[in-house]
Write a protein that binds this ligand. Structure first.
Ligand SMILES: [Zn+2]
Length: 236
């Protein structure tokens, strides 16, 4: 995307303008928010980026001028095909980096998101390809999130929340969507609730009470809110 490369390498006259990283972070945010509801309102963008609505508005207007976003103040924002492509490229970097940091460098799964959030903006396409090759072209990151292929396509997995598995049901952990919550990830890893782990739901307390599960050879009680955050595939 030439206009972004030129911004990134821009001289002082462009320093007041948008940084490469800010563009990518906003595009990634809009992509994620659009999975829940599209178009994405200015206030949702502002809340997700932790900025005032006026800042989000001006950012969205600038992204629209770059051809990455369709934006009207009272309608909200959608990504253009170019914006979509950029978002998927950054997500690909992020998820490949998370897996690489874990597999090759020994980081824990609760540490990699923070590192990948920085590195995702700076790795070259050549380094990205080397990382993908070193990992044998993986389809999922350590949190079970699908890694977009070079053409933007991603594996689609039909998951349900662990909290929807009835008593007596068995399931395999597929995905922990909140990959930035390191406290949550440490807790889940301690229980053995990581992608690939098999879980038996032994009991479900009534009135939205806790679930008693068997995982990694142990019985554990986990709260309903926590079980909502764990996506699983039912096993017969
Ligand atoms: Zn992450």
């Amino acid at each position: 995307m030439p206009q972004i490369d030129s911004l990134d390498r821009g001289g002082s006259q462009q320093r007041d303008s948008l940084s490469h990283q800010a563009i990518e972070d906003y595009v990634k945010t809009i992509y994620a928010l659009a999975q829940e509801e599209s178009p994405v309102s200015t206030s949702r963008v502002a809340a997700a980026r932790l900025v005032k609505p006026a800042s989000a508005t001006s950012m969205l207007q600038r992204l629209a001028r770059l051809g990455l976003v369709n934006y009207e103040k009272h309608y909200g924002a959608t990504l253009t095909p170019a914006g979509d492509k950029l978002a998927l490229e950054v997500i690909r970097h992020h998820r490949l980096l998370e897996l690489y940091l874990m597999e090759a460098l020994g980081f824990r799964w609760d540490e990699v998101h923070e590192q990948a959030d920085v590195l995702e903006h700076v790795i070259s396409e050549k380094l990205e390809e080397r990382i993908a090759a070193a990992l044998n072209y993986p389809i999922f990151d350590p949190h079970g999130d699908p890694i977009p292929a070079l053409d933007g396509s991603m594996a689609v997995v039909d998951t349900t929340a662990l909290s929807d598995v009835p008593a007596g049901g068995r399931a395999r952990v597929s995905r922990i969507p909140d990959d930035s919550n390191s406290e949550l990830l440490r807790y889940l890893a301690g229980l053995g609730l990581v992608p690939g782990a098999e879980v038996v739901v032994a009991e479900v307390a009534p009135f939205l009470g806790p679930l008693t599960i068997e995982v990694a050879g142990a019985r554990q009680a986990i709260g309903r809110n926590l079980a909502d955050l764990i996506l699983v595939i039912s096993i017969q």
